[in-house]
Design a protein around this ligand. Structure first.
Ligand SMILES: Cc1cc2nc3c(=O)[nH]c(=O)nc-3n(C[C@H](O)[C@H](O)[C@H](O)COP(=O)(O)OP(=O)(O)OC[C@H]3O[C@@H](n4cnc5c(N)ncnc54)[C@H](O)[C@@H]3O)c2cc1C
Ligand code: FES
Ligand code: FES
Length: 1361
């Protein structure tokens, strides 16, 4: 029986229940030992074994853990359903609620929910790790709105990330729920509307439903029946209706959690525990306790106290209870706006608008306004609005008779993350006054990513005029991101009083505000010049907005110039209805229906992804003896390790052992790409994040806590080299410096009409695979070790494990079922986790598991290589390229890893698509004290091709020609010689280019863009077409693959090969190939996993060659079986497959065969010292071209991709849906690389941009508004399986079209500012870089106040490596 504590409160006796009760997927859960420290996600995954919900970040930033929570809302007397992040919700917070997880809504064993079915059928999953969370966000929306709009759908997905798909197929799938069916090009003729009772339109079974007109055109799916949902548990309904709410108290090992139900009790508790956290949504506190490891022994949830949950209107304004969630606020404010005159509710409107850009639904559904105010974040989105509107906060203290009312002004936030609340005070509510007719208020926010991102700068400004005039009576403004608190520009506010609202205010304001907000160069958050420019720019927007209102009201005469009106347009007002078309060449009509090669077969694991049934390493059930490992890593960039002290850690509860280099049975040095690396640092560390040791404990939480207690004494070493520039100055390079020579570049340069010199940089890029690095090692008999790991190279894992253990490779079995994304990040760096895990398992003789937290993963596994390119390009006056001298520098980090190979690939691709008779390229890898950088989709090629596009743009700018003209002039033709001394036997570069220009109507749109730009001063459009030629080929010894086929006596086929499935659809394509070879349906063939036991020496799945090589190996294995079966087939031509196999068995024919393939003629002889090359470096090339059009907000640096058209040559596609998925996903990942993502470090090499909160990858809202993909027809390729081409990496670079379109738009803005001619723009084109490059008057005024000496003494907060 639950222990009950009686508390007398008013006329009721309330019992504090300490037994946690809630429902999960319709089943009641009773937990008598509820621990407030455990999150709902951990509980679901480890106690209830519901592993569909995934851990992607633990900080509310990715949505992989999304579940739906339903409860009785006793204030509004209704059941409410909302999505929430299970990684932030303490399990105790769901007492009395019903939780629905992805497993609860549908299953492959019973029936898929419509959301799951459509997502799978529309090819909306690749690796599938994000899929359950995305399904649940959509499901929660449908529970609230059975026919949502496209905006609703995009809104509900703001809190979800996917790194694979590029989002388009997911949106297409979900838009089928809108009315009219927006996702279907057939509109009202959509299958959905024609669906029959059994749900299918025309008898198609969902396997072959695409006809070549578009991936989504002919997809049929079950009719959605909203009445068939899990019901809200009757017990909870009855309790809710009877107003049965309990006070709660849960006591865990370290934390006590209270949930009072009366205000008096809440205030009393806070008085008793003044340091207790009042937790509403736990979205702030949860990140502190989870990711940052803070401990708050007492937590009090005020969410059941009615007084704090009410929103009440009075004659002066609206009073909002502190525990009202942001979603409730938005809903109430929406209603309120309809009730009151527009002028009165301007602040309300600003809050509604701001909430659209505030986090995602999962956060807004649980986070409270009180939590936002009391967190006192300097970048709170609501506080500036509340301050500008002169809102009043009401506090209550247990020991004080009267409530305290406080104006939310500057003194409300005396210092960083501190409010004026007295110890023990509870914030009850905040009162927002209505606005008058002579006042205007507006709020702004600029962040790195438009959606679900914290602000760089936000602001709310309110002006009150003398009645009927444009003379300022009062000006109240508050800014976020300009100081350690939300801050009011007090001098500016004073100066504005009495001023007329005329243009002279603009420059005055910019000057005053820079005095009010003196940002020093080392200010936290960095970007100081941008932030200063933003503050002035946002005022300019506000100024124009108000002026426009005054003109419309007839208070002012002078209208805004038409060109200036563009400053008032916001991306927010754009139509977010996704458009897109995917087209490809159909298979020939004579191809038998059974033969699936060339058809859009759904990803074989698509349904498993959508139902959460797909098993990833961390979903493997724990066994009772299992231990958990936590890495101990360096906190110094370059130092000797003097001493490691584990004494305190060893006393920590659950501690089992500490492992380091002394525990390595074999060798502590492992070879990665032939370069040696230590598993555990022995004597010295060369970067922050280097692995020194690891703590093993009986649980994850305990391992992490103990690891914090390991003390390491260091002795620093000089120098510390962090950036490429520092490495160049210190000559800190890896040798040899690579060189490649074609013709004589230096000499021919002298005869060129024009020679242009310049340099440009590209940043690194975090892989951000949704599943972090994970490994489970299970010791077996004797020296055997079974290793489950999410990695792209099981062979390397087997080799290194055997080296580390000191046993033969035959004792190590590596098993890889699937990866939750890899992108090159799991090609080598997984070894830094797997090796310690294996050492620990061997030492303990027990299974050991570790899944890195997102924060650990980002801090220690490295990124794409940042590159610096210094070029000198010579050309004729017509724009024909003659000579190129190019120096490429990459930042390799502290170990060699794959850096030399990445540089080589960069050099091979540094011509992009252009034929230049004379080239001299030098490639230098810098050795620095940051975490080793590594392989990333494209392997250096995107960086080099970006540099190529920069020099070709420079040529066009110098010659005054259109960039497209110069690009076209120099495109390769078949028969041209590359700088790698290889003749291009075929070339589809021009075909892709010409089709892309035509399909996109480039010439017409160029005229429209120019016309738009001439009419708009502050919003500019840009257009660019960029080609690509991607060399397919890796080091020759790696160009081999194996496969194994086993046929069982029931005729079912088990297939396996050396490649790993990481979302790219490799297994699906392999099954298609085997199905064609064997002439049996794909449903008879199964691939379970990649295992070193089944296929030895399988190599790495990289270089886009997975399908090319494994496909051939699969074919060879199948052909072998077919030839063995041939005599029997001849004897019994009528036998079905099953009977044929049985007959073969009876005749003792072996039904198991292996296949092997090596790419013929791949050899290279590159003398990197002289630069001469012989051999075939590339097997063939994949071509493509993309046109992108963007719109840039020149005042903020924000931009939107209006349209992208891609033409891609993938030969004869093995599976158009999968290939288009690779193209769209690659493009959006490349879009992140070139426009948004930028790892930032401190000056001593610590990565700052850790976790999805700090590091932004593209979200749903970043998908081009119109996204068209066309696969080039009639393309043959005799170098790969069934004439297909590699597709994984080549499309990524095409996102550079968005970058160069942005550059085009920025060029127009610069022209308007009188800045003509060539200008440098590095990648990524972040909002900061765009804004600062626009170069108008607000930018030029920056840092007037700061003296040069002051700045010189400061170290910037962040640097680029
Ligand atoms: C993924 C993510 C995205 C985010 N995006 C944004 C964003 O775009 N803009 C933004 O401004 N913020 C953002 N945040 C920050 C955070 O979500 C908000 O500040 C939110 O409003 C906090 O509310 P909560 O109820 O979850 O706070 P909690 O974590 O529950 O509490 C926060 C703090 O407030 C105190 N507190 C709460 N209620 C009271 C009360 N009644 N009296 C006294 N003290 C109280 C608590 O003690 C605690 O210190 C984001 C957070 C995450 C995790
Ligand atoms: S794991 Fe919960 S949001 Fe990322
Ligand atoms: S499918 Fe979305 S992250 Fe892989």
């Amino acid at each position: 029986m639950p222990a009950a504590v009686s508390i007398c409160s008013g006329d009721k006796t309330l019992k504090e229940n300490n037994v946690l009760e809630f429902y999960v997927n319709g089943k009641k859960v009773i937990e008598k030992q509820a621990d407030p420290e455990i999150t709902l996600l951990t509980y679901l995954r480890t106690k209830l074994f519901l592993t569909g919900s995934k851990l992607g970040c633990g900080e509310g930033g990715c949505g992989a853990c999304t579940v739906m929570i339903s409860k009785w809302d006793h204030i509004n007397s209704k059941i409410i359903h909302y999505s929430a992040n299970a990684c932030l919700a303490p399990v105790v917070s769901v007492h009395g609620c019903a939780v629905t997880t992805v497993e609860g809504i549908g299953s492959t064993k019973t029936k898929l929910h419509a959301v799951q079915e459509r997502l799978a059928k529309f090819h909306g999953s690749q690796c599938g790790f994000c899929t359950p969370g995305i399904v649940m966000s959509m499901y929660a929306l449908l529970r609230n709105k059975t026919v949502p709009s496209a905006e609703d759908i995009e809104g509900c997905l703001q809190g979800n990330l996917c790194r694979c798909t590029g989002y388009r197929p997911i949106l297409s799938a979900f838009n089928t729920f809108t009315d009219p069916c927006a996702g279907c090009p057939r509109g009202q003729n959509c299958c959905k509307n024609a669906a029959t009772d059994n749900g299918f339109t025309n008898g198609l079974n969902g396997e072959d439903v695409v006809n070549g007109k578009g991936v989504s055109t002919e997809i049929c799916f079950t009719k959605y029946d909203p009445t068939q949902q899990i019901i809200f548990p009757p017990e909870l309904l009855m309790k809710g209706k009877s107003q049965h709410i309990e006070a709660l108290k849960f006591t865990g090992e370290r934390v006590t959690w209270f949930r009072p139900i009366l205000l008096e009790h809440l205030v009393e508790l806070k008085g008793k525990y003044p340091d207790a956290q009042l937790v509403n949504g736990n979205t702030e506190v949860g990140v502190e306790t989870g990711v940052k490891g803070r401990l708050y022994p007492v937590m009090i949830s005020p969410s059941a106290v009615d007084e704090l949950r009410s929103i009440q209107m009075d004659k002066n304004g609206v009073n909002v209870g502190a525990s009202c969630t942001l979603s409730e606020l938005r809903e109430s404010f929406d209603s309120l706006r309809k009730l009151r005159p527009t002028a009165e509710t301007q602040c309300v409107a600003s809050i509604i608008e701001m909430l659209h850009w505030f986090a995602g639904d999962q956060i807004r559904n649980v986070a409270a306004i009180g939590g936002n105010i009391m967190t006192a974040s300097p970048i709170s989105d609501l506080n500036p609005i509340l301050m500008a509107n002169e809102s009043i906060a009401t506090f209550r203290l247990h020991s004080r008779a009267k409530d305290r009312q406080v104006l939310m002004d500057q003194s409300f936030f005396p210092k960083y993350r501190t409010t004026c609340a007295e110890k023990g005070e509870v914030l009850l509510s905040v009162h927002l006054p209505f606005n008058g007719k002579d006042e205007y208020i507006k709020a702004y926010k600029q962040s790195k990513r438009r959606e679900d991102d914290i602000a760089i700068v936000n602001a709310a400004m309110r002006v009150v005029f003398h009645p009927g005039t444009c003379k300022v009576l009062k000006f109240v403004a508050a800014f976020g991101g300009m100081a350690a608190t939300s801050v009011m520009p007090e001098k500016t506010m004073q100066n504005m009083i009495g001023r007329m609202w005329t243009d002279d205010l603009i420059d005055n304001f910019a000057e005053w505000i820079s005095e009010d907000f003196p940002l020093s160069l080392d200010a936290p958050g960095g970007m100081v010049e941008y932030r200063e420019a933003l503050a002035a720019s946002l005022f300019f927007k506000f100024f124009l907005y108000v002026k426009n209102c005054l003109v419309e009201r007839g208070v002012m005469d002078e209208k805004l110039a038409e060109r200036d009106l563009s400053a008032l347009h916001e991306a927010a007002h754009m139509d977010r209805q996704l458009k897109g078309k995917q087209t490809w060449q159909e298979v020939k009509v004579e191809q038998p229906p059974l033969d699936k090669v060339g058809r859009s077969l759904q990803h074989v694991a698509g349904e498993l992804h959508a139902t959460g049934e797909a098993v990833y390493v961390d979903d493997i059930p724990q066994c009772s003896s299992e231990l958990y490992l936590c890495l101990v890593t360096s906190i110094r960039p370059h130092a000797f390790i003097r001493e490691v002290d584990v004494s305190l850690a060893s006393t920590s509860p659950g501690f089992v052992t500490y492992v380091d280099h002394r525990d390595v049975g074999g060798s502590n040095n492992i070879a990665i790409y032939h370069a040696m690396e230590e598993v555990f640092a022995t004597e010295k560390v060369t970067c922050i994040g280097q692995v020194i040791g690891a703590v093993v404990a009986d649980s994850q939480a305990r391992a992490q806590r103990a690891a914090q207690l390991v003390k390491i004494d260091y002795e620093d070493i000089s120098p510390v080299v962090i950036t490429i520039e520092e490495a160049v100055s210190e000559k800190s390079f890896r040798s040899p410096i690579h060189k490649v020579v074609k013709g004589n570049a230096e000499e021919t340069m002298t005869s060129c009409d024009q020679v242009i010199e310049g340099e440009v940089r590209t940043a690194g890029q975090e892989h951000f695979y949704m599943e972090t690095q994970v490994c489970l090692a299970v010791p077996k008999d004797g020296e055997e070790m079974e290793v489950y790991s999410s990695n792209q190279d099981p062979e390397a894992l087997q080799k290194t494990s055997s080296a580390v253990l000191g046993v033969g490779q035959n004792k190590v079995q590596v098993r890889v079922k699937r990866l939750g994304g890899g992108f090159g990040g799991k090609a080598t760096r997984f070894l830094l986790l797997s090796s310690p895990v294996i050492v620990a398992a061997a030492k303990c003789g027990r299974p050991v598991r570790c899944m890195l937290t997102r924060q650990e993963d980002m801090s220690i596994t490295g990124t794409r290589h940042p590159f610096l390119g210094k070029y000198k390009i010579g050309c004729t006056k017509e724009g024909r390229l003659v000579s190129l001298v190019l120096d490429l520098f990459s930042n390799g980090g502290n170990t060699q890893d794959s850096s030399m190979y990445v540089m080589a690939k960069a050099m091979i691709n540094s011509d992009n698509c252009y034929c230049i008779p004379n080239m001299l390229i030098r490639g230098t890898v810098c050795k620095t004290n940051i975490v080793s950088n590594t392989a990333f989709r494209g392997f250096g090629a995107p960086q080099a091709m970006f540099i190529a596009e920069s020099w070709i743009t420079a040529v066009a700018e110098r010659l005054g020609l259109s960039t497209e003209k110069v690009r076209e002039t120099n495109l390769y033709r078949a028969g041209d010689l590359t700088h790698f001394n290889q003749v291009l036997e075929t070339s589809n570069a021009r075909r892709c280019w010409e089709e892309c220009m035509k399909i996109s109507q480039f010439d017409k749109r160029r005229i429209e863009v120019d016309a738009y730009n001439s009419k708009n001063r502050w919003r500019k459009r840009g257009l660019a077409c960029v080609p690509t030629k991607f060399a397919i080929g890796i080091k020759e010894y790696r160009c081999q693959a194996g496969a194994l086929i086993n046929i069982y006596t029931d005729g079912s086929v088990y297939l396996t090969h050396g490649g790993t499935e990481m979302g790219q659809g490799l297994h699906t394509k392999m099954i298609q190939i085997a199905s064609r070879c064997l002439g049996i349906p794909v449903s008879r063939i199964h691939i379970s996993e990649t295992s070193t036991t089944h296929v030895p020496n399988g190599g790495t799945t990289a270089g886009s060659l997975g399908s090319d090589m494994n496909g051939m190996a699969v074919k060879a294995a199948c052909d072998e079986i077919v030839s063995r079966l041939a005599p029997i087939r001849k004897k019994f031509p009528e036998l079905s497959w099953d009977k044929l196999i049985l007959q073969a068995y009876m005749e003792r024919v072996s039904l198991s065969a292996t296949g092997f393939y090596r790419i013929p003629d791949m050899y290279s002889n590159w003398d990197v010292h002289t630069g001469t090359v012989k051999g075939r470096h590339s097997n063939y090339y994949t071509y493509g071209a993309a046109v992108s059009e963007v719109e840039v907000d020149c005042l903020t640096g924000d931009h939107v991709v209006l349209q992208t058209d891609i033409v891609m040559d993938v030969g004869k596609s093995l599976n158009p849906a999968i290939d288009i998925g690779q193209i769209e996903g690659g493009f959006v990942q490349g879009y992140g690389l070139f426009t948004m993502e930028e790892p930032l470090h401190t000056s001593n090499g610590r990565l700052i941009t850790v976790g999805p909160g700090a590091y932004k990858i593209p979200g749903f809202g970043d998908c081009p508004k119109e996204f068209n993909v066309h696969l080039l027809g009639n393309s043959e390729n005799d170098k790969a399986i069934y004439s297909s081409k590699a597709v994984g990496e080549p499309p990524l670079f095409l996102a550079a079209s968005a970058f160069f379109a942005i550059k085009d738009a920025v060029g127009s803005a610069r022209n308007d500012s009188g800045l003509h001619g060539r200008f440098r723009m590095d990648a990524p084109a972040t909002a900061e870089r765009i804004r600062m490059t626009c170069g108008d008057r607000f930018v030029r005024q920056h840092r007037n106040h700061a003296t040069a000496e002051e700045d010189e003494s400061k170290t910037p907060w962040a640097i680029r490596t």
